[in-house]
Every structure is written in structure tokens, then in C-alpha cells.
Design a protein around this ligand. Structure first.
Ligand code: ATP
Ligand code: MG
Length: 285
């Protein structure tokens, strides 16, 4: 994705935070998400309206969580009007309950799914730590390092140069010569992280990958994330572990039902989100 020259981002100076929480000066914007909407269309699935083809009532539409069903196609509005600006050198946590739209937001930023409305402007290359999309379980880790590296925009020679470093960082040793489907989820996550961060992307998105690693690997990952930030990259971390988010990210976005409900310092946003989850737990009991 490139930035057309005539675009005026219209960023309100009052909305910008010149300093990160830790007092470090932040860079210029690396990413602008402008009134983003993403709708999935699924063929088949259960009908939300009634058999007469009339529009579903307000209550039914509310209960269906934004799903509508027309002519055998179900539409799921997964992201509804999200806007924010991310800066070079920022690490941003993303929290929200299951199905709130976090992974969808990351995929849209990575350019893997097109917006139905609005736009994402990225300076440089975004890389979603689901190079997942291109990795193949039936192939060895070694082959997947090559495939993942190429997907990140490295040349075959560059991948070969970095191969040892990637394998060392992953710490999975000789398992690199086994098919990835024989890996434990932690081993798979380690190799994916090692591949994804090999290219020092401008925007790195990590969706839940750290949760499966052990403590030692989490520490290494944090160091790698800090290194990317120091090279003026932007890191997004989607996780259900608020402790991980608070220790790594200065800023956090809270996504709920496809909307950005809070955007601010991690401590504040995580506290508000925790209170919300606790209140929901209480209500469902
Ligand atoms: N490929 C898809 N096709 C259709 N609907 C989808 C698809 N992927 C996600 N959705 C729907 O979009 C909404 C948001 O899903 P998403 O995966 O972004 O949530 P999430 O916040 O990442 O959840 P989790 O915490 O469980 O990972 C959900 O209602 C989900 O059912
Ligand atoms: Mg997800």
C-alpha cells in the first residue's frame, strides 16, 4: 500500500501525543486508519430474518451481532468505523473479548482483507505475524523459513544469509528439519515469530503469538520488539494477557463489537477493560 501524494490526513494536533508514556519522543505517523469498515461475506449459514424475506426486526438484528442474511449470503460487520494514528517507535496493545474484531483489524492493516469503507495508510511494509497465511504445515520448518522470508519481501539470498539467525532465535534446534505440523503450538509460535521479525518490518503485528511461548521466549520476544521500536518501527500486540500488554505496550486500543471504544495509556485502558470483563462475568452468573 502506498500513500498517494494528494492525501491530506487532517490529523487534529490536539489528538496527537508527542511523548510516549515512558517519556521518549515519538516519531511521525507510520500508520493512519481512517474510518475503517470491514465486512465479511459468508455463503450459507443460518438465516437471521424470517422465512417471508422481511427485514429482521431491531431486536433480532441487535441479537444477531451485526449479522444480516440476504439471498444465501451472510454479512458480518466485523469492523465498524475505526480511526486512529500510530507513530514510529510506538508499541500498541490491542484488547477486546473474543470476536470483537482484533484479528480482523490486524488483517486489514496488513492489507490481507480490503476495507468495505474507509482506508488504511501505511508508510513502509506491514507484516502480520501470521506469515501464518503463507506457511505450510506439511513442509519442514526449513522450507517455511524460505517461504515466510520471501513473503516478507526478502530475496532468496537474504533468507539464506539470515537462516541460522532465524533458527537460533526460534530456539527449536533440529526440529527445523521436521514438518511444521509435528511442532507443538509453542514451537510453531516461536518459529513464526523468528521468521516474522527477521526482516525488521516497519509495522509488525503480533496476534496472540506470545501467549504460547514460555517465559524465556517471551523475554527474547520483548527484546526483539524493543529493537524494532528502536529502529522506529511500530508494533501491534493482540493478546488476552493484559500483563503482557502492560509490560510491552505504552498505548492500548480496546476494540468492542467492531468499534474502538478506548485508546490511551495501557494502564488506563487495561484497567477499564478489566472492570468491564469483571462486570460481564458478574452479570452472566
Ligand atoms: N473469515 C471470516 N469469515 C466470516 N466471519 C468472520 C471471519 N473471521 C472473523 N469473522 C467474524 O468477525 C468478527 C470478528 O472476528 P475476529 O476474528 O476479528 O475477532 P477477535 O477479536 O480476533 O477474536 P479472538 O479474541 O477470539 O481472536 C466475529 O464476529 C467473527 O465471527
Ligand atoms: Mg483473534
Amino acid at each position: 500500500m502506498s500513500i498517494p501524494e494528494e492525501i491530506d490526513f487532517e490529523v487534529d494536533a490536539d489528538d496527537l501525543t508527542p511523548l510516549a508514556e515512558d517519556g521518549k519522543a515519538l516519531g511521525s505517523p507510520s500508520l493512519v486508519v481512517d474510518d475503517l469498515y470491514v465486512t465479511y461475506r459468508v455463503f450459507g449459514g443460518k438465516r437471521v430474518g424470517n422465512a417471508t424475506g422481511q427485514k429482521p426486526g431491531v431486536l433480532k438484528r441487535f441479537l444477531s451481532g451485526g449479522r444480516t442474511h440476504v439471498g444465501g449470503v451472510t454479512s458480518v460487520e466485523a469492523i465498524k468505523g475505526v480511526s486512529f494514528v500510530a507513530r514510529h517507535g510506538e508499541s500498541i496493545g490491542v484488547v477486546g473479548i473474543n470476536g470483537s474484531g482484533k484479528s480482523t483489524l490486524m488483517r486489514a492493516i496488513a492489507g490481507l482483507i480490503p476495507p468495505t469503507h474507509g482506508a488504511v495508510y501505511v508508510s513502509g511494509d506491514p507484516s502480520l505475524l501470521g506469515v501464518n497465511a503463507v506457511l505450510m504445515g506439511s513442509l519442514t520448518g526449513e522450507r517455511n523459513v524460505m517461504i515466510g522470508g520471501l513473503a516478507l519481501g526478502l530475496t532468496p539470498d537474504e533468507v539464506r544469509e539470515r537462516f541460522d539467525e532465524i533458527v537460533d532465535f526460534s530456539g527449536i534446534g533440529d526440529a527445523i528439519y521436521l514438518p511444521m505440523k509435528a511442532y507443538s503450538s509453542g514451537m510453531g509460535a516461536r518459529l513464526r515469530f523468528a521468521i516474522s521479525s527477521a526482516a525488521v518490518p516497519d509495522v509488525l503485528m503480533i496476534d496472540e503469538a506470545l501467549a504460547t511461548g514460555d517465559a524465556a521466549f517471551r523475554k527474547k520476544s520483548k527484546a526483539r520488539i524493543d529493537a524494532i521500536r528502536d529502529q522506529a518501527g511500530t508494533v501491534f500486540l493482540v493478546s488476552h494477557s493484559l500483563a503482557t500488554i502492560e509490560s510491552i505496550c505504552s498505548r492500548t486500543l480496546w476494540v468492542h463489537q467492531g468499534k474502538l471504544v478506548m485508546d490511551g495509556p495501557s494502564a488506563e485502558v487495561c484497567a477499564a477493560y478489566k472492570a468491564f470483563v469483571r462486570a460481564q462475568d458478574g452479570a452472566s452468573r
